[in-house]
Design a protein around this ligand. Structure first.
Ligand code: ADP
Length: 354
């Protein structure tokens, strides 16, 4: 059977109307984070939180519509509260108390302006590269729309609770991992209201039995929203690494994200350019499909460091899809060296603060 496409699912979802607003959920722009992969479909429907409880029918209808597309094997549809534009902190920012994380030396966020630029791939390989350099490392998957870190690390089990009631993180390739995906039971739809999502994020720091960590890497959701704000207000962040592809449009989004972190006083460690060029497996030549040095120039304009460039290469995709990230499983590979060089720059910046 041919693979199901995003367009087919979108077409089917156009049949689902919001009874109160009188239009279909696609045209009303209520869909968030639609992903279609190997017959598995997931998406969120953004709703006014006040209407949340009445909308289980709408959610169910959307799930059924997606399931009706031939080839779809499983559908996960969740309701989420409409995301308000993040409120930047007024003058009383200093009053926000940061959580104490006694066993964690530093926290580094990996963020991007938009989805699909390779943020999670970069976060995983950066975490593994720090571990390869002898650091003790954990990773939090904070992407509520598409938690993918456990899959990239080849984790299939769920975490368990220790006797003290804390959650025990899972370990893979030598690093500890927790994911927002573990906090929801896939069979039970939940409404990620802003406070719920941010509450769950805080729990990933406070209620997890992290060991003594040199670095905790946080894979953020794309864009800017509640989660970003909570993180910058409540967590003692050492800094943020921004991932972008070289196209102008991706860079424009990256710039927005970067400015948000600057406004809330989180140090921007720099920009990683992902999918910089296509490395042709037949002749080893580099093809700059999206133009050359886009992110490097942007980093110069924005006066932040350029941390490195990672090409578009099937080895990177295959290894992360298989749960065998390249830095862990093929350390001699040139891309693994690139990730380690990026990690070394990031560590220098962390160390300067410790
Ligand atoms: P994001 O977290 O920004 O949504 P992901 O890290 O999930 O993006 O990457 C999206 C897809 O692109 C994944 O299938 C991943 O394997 C692939 N990918 C990411 N970076 C590269 C790269 N440098 N070369 C090839 N494929 C990549």
């Amino acid at each position: 059977m041919p693979d199901v496409t995003q367009e087919q699912v979108l077409e089917a979802l156009k049949a689902v109307t919001d009874p109160d607003r009188g239009g279909n959920i696609v045209d009303l722009d209520m869909l968030q984070g639609l992903t279609v992969k190997d017959g598995k479909v997931s998406f969120a429907i953004e709703v006014d939180p006040a209407r949340g409880p009445e909308l289980e029918g709408l959610r169910q209808a959307a799930e059924d519509a997606a399931k009706s597309v031939p080839g779809v094997k499983a559908v996960a549809a969740i309701l989420t509260a409409e995301r308000p534009a993040p409120q930047l902190m007024p003058d009383n920012q200093a009053e926000f108390t940061k959580m104490e994380l006694p066993t964690i030396q530093s926290v580094v966020a990996v963020a991007s302006g938009k989805g699909g630029v390779g943020k999670s791939t970069t976060a995983v390989n950066l975490a593994l590269a720090l571990a390869a350099d002898g650091k003790s490392v954990g990773i939090i998957d904070a992407d509520i729309y598409g938690p993918s870190i456990p899959r990239m690390l080849g984790i299939t089990e769920q975490p368990v609770q220790s006797e003290s009631g804390q959650i025990v993180p899972l370990t893979a390739h030598g690093i500890e991992c927790m994911s927002m995906g573990f906090m929801v039971d896939e069979a039970t739809p939940i409404i990620w209201r802003g406070p719920m999502a941010t509450g769950a994020l805080e729990q990933l720091f406070s209620d997890v039995e992290w060991g003594e960590l040199d670095v905790l890497v946080v894979d953020m959701p794309p864009g800017t929203g509640d989660i970003h704000l909570t993180l910058s207000q409540r967590i003692p962040l050492s800094g943020v690494v921004i991932v972008s592809t070289p196209q102008d449009i991706a860079l424009a989004d990256a710039r927005k994200g970067l400015n948000m972190f600057r406004k809330v006083d989180v140090p921007v460690f720099g920009i990683v350019e992902n999918m910089s060029y296509f490395l042709c497996p037949d002749n080893g030549k580099r093809y700059y499909i999206f133009g050359q040095d886009g992110a490097k120039r942007e980093a110069e304009n924005l006066e932040v460091d350029f941390l490195g460039e990672v090409p578009l290469d099937t080895r990177i995709r295959e290894t992360s899809d298989e749960g065998q990230p390249i830095v862990a499983t093929d350390p001699g590979n040139e891309h693994s060296e690139t990730y380690r060089a990026i990690a070394a720059k990031v560590w220098d910046k962390i160390a300067a603060q410790i």
